[in-house]
Ligand binder design. Sequence first.
Ligand SMILES: [Zn+2]
Length: 230
Amino acid sequence: MVAKLSLHRCGRCSEAAPVRAESLIELVAPALCWSCRNPSPARGPLCPRCAAALPWLDGRDAPQPPGLDGCRAPLAFEGPARDLVHALKLRPAPRVARLMGAHLVHGAPPETWRPDGLVLVPAPASPWRTHARGIDHTTVLARELARRTGLPVGAALRRRGAPWSRQRGRTRRERLAGTALSVEASRPAPSCCLLVDDVMTTGATLAACAAALRSAGARRVCAVVYARVL
Ligand SMILES: [Zn+2]
């Protein structure tokens, strides 16, 4: 979404240049930290204090959900990392996705992004969430990773079932049983897939996504997740 603002001129031709609505809002309201809600001097999603408090897992491997060839989750789902995940779900703002994408690229080993033919595949959000917000927040995150790594995004998965079905509030057993039935591939899957998700709790969603991708032709399926529940 862009808006024309006559005060902003192009440096080359002096014509009025489009200004992002996000920048326009910042002219009249200071950016607040998404975690502590104090003004953020750097105008980023996190103030320096919260950025320094991010719960990095420092290379501790994530548990491997069934069907995955590898899974990286650089942060614990706590503190500022949890607040960023909630911010992305609430309103997939570009600045939040940019910061989370930077954390993922920084936190995952370089070989994560290198296999030939690798395609980023966002884990599908529940239909009610996509319907309510117009876009999948994991797709926003995957597009940011694509911008940073040069890898393509293939939206090969979708959730089945009632639009109101959600994972929150279910037991682990219910999640593992229910999710396996609720993800399907909407097209033939790329041979080498890198699933992108925001948070991992039991790994049931990733396992269901991996199974759907393999049944659609994928031979190798790994995952990058922003944060995991310890
Ligand atoms: Zn803060």
